[in-house]
Design a protein around this ligand. Structure first.
Ligand code: GLA
Length: 334
């Protein structure tokens, strides 16, 4: 019997580069993601219309090649958790743009993870599944990411953002205002240095935390200041959302963007331009989203003019593409 599973990508509302030091994040799962269809089999055998080549791996995982590395790594991490070695034969398809900062790899990992657990009748806690998928990212492509993307893909809820404490994995859903639409504008700019830049920021932050108490060099002090102020902004955004005070969101998102640009230095001129344009065109709030070094901005805007707004902001750059999305449910069987 064929079964189908879907895992969403995510957009982060605020709490950027805080998730590898146990900070707060506020992502939402979106309505784009990865679909996997198939059935239990002896081995893991996957095809895809979007990715090249056929993946063929032992049911307990292994190294794999190309996008097969993600499947091999997820299976291997679930094997460590005690998943019975049941394979899966099927097809993978995705409608998430790759490199847009919307976590296409986390969605792929979580989709494969959910499918492998289901066919093996292996029950795993949602946060444990997210952790396994996070470790799979490191195993597959060597990116030392935090847990935000995988957690958002697993925990997402319709019309809610997810407030997650990445230190304790405590989390709760925060309702998003009905009158505001969630808009994403992908700059279309991808930097090949994104992965190495990410790892470098992580090292800098670890050095800054280790050196705390002493005199920090200015660069490390700025990195640390970003994380401190960003954690505070997450708290304030949640408070504003819960109080229905949407006018407080703009200054908080603006400050978050400026901090990523100036203190953390992960924005790009293209993202800065899109954010400026979003405010000029009446966004309630806008900022770059995701790891940076290219990718997308997120904006909250009055629902009744969200479509023309998305198109108008994207006109600021020839490579940009804007669209309206909404906070969606996390990974599930269809
Ligand atoms: C990437 C990582 C996440 C997080 C963000 C920045 O998306 O995968 O873990 O660190 O960057 O907030």
């Amino acid at each position: 019997v064929s079964r189908a599973f879907f895992a969403p990508g995510r957009v982060n509302l605020i709490g950027e580069h805080t998730d590898y030091t146990g900070g707060l994040v506020l992502p939402a799962a979106i309505d784009l993601g990865v679909l996997i269809e198939g059935e239990a089999a002896e081995r893991i055998r996957l095809e895809s219309d979007g990715y090249e080549g056929v993946v063929d791996l032992d049911a307990s995982g292994g190294e794999g090649e190309g996008w097969g590395r993600f499947a091999g790594a997820v299976a291997a991490e679930l094997d460590v958790l005690g998943r019975p070695p049941v394979g899966f034969a099927g097809r993978v398809s995705s409608n998430l743009p790759v490199g847009a900062g919307l976590s296409s790899s986390a969605a792929l990992e979580v989709a494969i993870g959910v499918a492998l657990c289901a066919v093996a009748e292996f029950d795993v806690e949602p946060t444990a599944l997210a952790r396994a998928a996070q470790r799979a990212e490191l195993r597959a492509v060597g990116v030392p990411c935090g847990i935000m993307d995988q957690a958002a893909s697993v925990l997402g809820e319709e019309d809610h953002a997810i407030l997650l404490d990445t230190g304790t994995l405590e989390h709760r859903a925060v309702p998003l205002p009905h009158e505001l639409a969630l808009v994403i504008v992908d700059s279309g700019v991808r930097h090949t240095l994104a992965d190495s830049g990410y790892a470098e920021r992580r090292r800098e932050l670890e050095a800054a935390i280790a050196g705390e108490g002493g005199e920090l060099e200015p660069l490390l002090a700025r990195r640390l200041r970003h994380v401190r102020t960003e954690n505070e902004r997450v708290r304030e955004v949640v408070a504003a959302l819960e109080a229905g005070e949407t006018e407080r969101l703009g200054p908080l998102f603006r400050a978050g963007h400026d901090s990523l640009r100036d203190d953390f230095e992960v924005s790009t001129p293209e993202l800065d331009r899109l954010v400026d344009r979003a405010y000029e065109l009446g966004a309630v709030a806008a900022r770059m989203t995701g790891g940076g070094f290219g990718g997308s901005i997120v904006a909250l805007v009055d629902r009744d003019r969200a479509e023309p707004f998305a198109a108008a902001v994207a006109e600021a750059l020839p490579t940009a593409h804007g669209f309206v999305t909404h906070a969606a449910r996390g990974a599930h069987e269809l």
